[in-house]
Write a protein that binds this ligand. Sequence first.
Ligand code: AMP
Ligand code: MN
Ligand code: MN
Ligand code: MN
Length: 282
Amino acid sequence: MNSKYDLHTHSTASDGTLSPKELIYKGAEAGIKIIALTDHDTLSGLNAASMAANNIDLKLIPGVEISVSWSGITIHIVGLGINPNDDLLKNELRKIQKLRFRRAKLIGEKLETAGFPHIYESALNFSNGKLVSRTHFARAIIKAGHASTISNVFRKFLVKGKPGYVKDTWASLPEAIHWVKSSGGQAVIAHPAKYRISRAKLRSLLRDFKNFGGEGLEVISGCYDQNEEKNLAKLANEFNLLGSIGSDYHGPDKPWIKLGKLPEFSPICRPIWHDWASRHQI
Ligand code: AMP
Ligand code: MN
Ligand code: MN
Ligand code: MN
């Protein structure tokens, strides 16, 4: 199904494989009318994306996906409609980018010990001097011939208990929400079905998120079972959150996720874009 909205996508500014410009053109081709570029912990792709979108019939919502540590797990907060020039947001994201480099160095050392020579340099090459993520290590490990798919690399080498795992501490939940909101954006919990937490813990997350001023919940995502959608939409309603929708597209090398191919938005909850006519002139 083609979707008018795709509010969660990645470019080469973080761990996607299409440049911001390529992503925007591909989005238009896929029939998307409103797209958010939400790279991990960086705003560096937004300028190029905005210039590309200006040339065509596609509205860009500037976004970001912030890495957050909450109650012992990593969760992702998508910021929609943020101001790419906001000083607080830019400075805080810069700190996370530095943390990511330090973490990459540690991951590299652990993987070298486990028998992957020069993997750190190779991962940095894949990140092209921009934000570095575990996805870049996954691509480096595939290139070195030690695995055939990104999911395999994660399972075998990059998750808890595996040789390349490094414990990380990201922003706190109230911090991330504050940065998003103070730059004019709306905070959304990304892909809630991906955290593998109990319903009780998810409810506790939603409670905290709402109390700290969070506004939205991704009820439709490209990266999980669509059966979840109805449950999530009900939860959004219960916690008075708005529903968001995004593929979490990273490029053609994760072929199971397609840009803009998402089911119809559920009428059970109110969409995050219900007031975007005044907010974003769409
Ligand atoms: P990082 O933020 O550096 O820890 O990397 C997280 C990114 O790795 C996510 O945004 C996904 O793009 C990717 N990722 C995480 N787990 C998996 C997995 N099991 N299979 C494929 N990609 C994954
Ligand atoms: Mn990613
Ligand atoms: Mn994510
Ligand atoms: Mn994402």
